[in-house]
Design a protein around this ligand. Structure first.
Ligand SMILES: Cc1cc2nc3c(=O)[nH]c(=O)nc-3n(C[C@H](O)[C@H](O)[C@H](O)COP(=O)(O)OP(=O)(O)OC[C@H]3O[C@@H](n4cnc5c(N)ncnc54)[C@H](O)[C@@H]3O)c2cc1C
Length: 283
């Protein structure tokens, strides 16, 4: 084995530099941004329906030397000038036209990514890392459970489109209200069950709907993502009450109410470990 000192330094992953090609207000709380350009020439997907990218946001007023080089930024600039990043699902990727579509929840003036998307203009630059990903509907499953809030809607919609013929699908998405519903269905025409949050706390209607579901017989393949406390409750339901094996679950908190993404990521591992401790003993 090579001595530690002889190993080459760890390199940051390749950054793609894209431009905004067009934008569209899909619903009151969701904006679609299509990114494109030569900078996506090396972008490739691996076949998952929850592929995601990390969008790079420099702090206001900070510009970086060209070409953009994350290793150089880390070496030469103080930490408060390093960029922030936000994780977003690849809603679709059109390789022939090099167009990467991302759907952003617009959740007010707070944050980086939501406000950026709301104001994005054709020609704006966005650098991104990735893609990562790990879930696609398992063809051998007896039925599929898809559940999330609007942050998981892009991945749920992509999964719906990719369902095998004849698949039994129960899909639940919680959105603010009726105007936030989107047209999306499986190839066989199964539609999402829309849950309207209204004035209720985020996730409450979703937990209620999944709890009330009469689970079909057989092996489920589940994709459950959204606000972290809601996901924790759904995980408890699936693992402890419904005894769904872990390897049939794609489940995680995509965001945490009242916390920026940095704050959420700082505690996410500990949060997940505690959830495991609480829920796995009894599963
Ligand atoms: C794998 C993965 C895929 C994801 N895919 C998508 C996607 O396709 N589309 C998408 O919109 N989001 C997606 N998310 C969630 C997104 O990364 C977070 O919502 C992120 O915090 C948004 O960043 P921001 O800069 O807008 O707000 P932040 O600066 O992170 O947070 C500012 C404030 O806004 C609140 N907030 C953050 N997100 C939401 C929300 N969705 N609704 C209400 N309040 C919110 C925070 O609690 C905080 O109080 C994904 C997350 C992961 C991990």
């Amino acid at each position: 084995m090579a001595d530690r000192a002889e190993r080459p330094p760890r390199k940051s992953p390749k950054v793609h530099e894209a431009k905004v090609v067009r934008t569209e207000r899909l619903t009151p709380h969701m904006v679609r941004v299509v990114l494109g350009g030569e900078g996506l020439a090396a972008f490739e997907l691996a076949g998952f329906t929850d592929h995601y990218v990390k969008l790079i946001f420099p702090p206001q007023g900070v510009t970086y030397p060209e070409p953009f080089d994350m290793d150089r930024i880390r070496e030469e600039l103080p930490r408060d000038q390093w960029p922030a990043n936000r994780t977003y699902t690849v809603r679709s990727w059109d390789a022939a036209h090099r167009e990467l579509t991302i759907d952003f929840v617009v959740h007010g003036d707070e944050g980086l990514a939501g406000p950026w998307a709301a104001l994005a203009r054709v020609g704006d630059t966005m650098r991104l890392l990735g893609p990562g990903g790990g879930y696609a509907p398992a063809p051998e499953a007896d039925w599929h459970l898809l559940a999330g809030d609007e942050s998981a809607l892009p991945a749920i919609a992509a999964a719906m489109e990719r369902m095998p013929a004849g698949a039994v699908v129960h899909a639940f998405v919680e959105v603010a209200g009726p105007d936030d519903e989107q047209k999306t269905a499986t190839p066989d025409g199964t539609e999402i069950t829309w849950l309207h949050r209204g004035e209720r706390p985020v996730g409450e209607a979703l937990v209620e709907a999944v709890t009330a579901l009469d689970f079909p017989e057989g092996r489920v393949c589940a994709f459950v993502h959204g606000e972290a406390a809601c996901v924790r409750e759904l995980r408890r339901l699936l693992r402890m009450e419904r005894q769904v094996p872990k390897d049939q679950l794609s489940i995680s908190g995509y965001w945490r109410l009242g916390q920026t993404d940095e704050a959420w990521r700082a505690v996410k591992r500990e949060w997940n470990e505690q959830v495991e401790r609480e829920q796995e003993g009894a599963a």
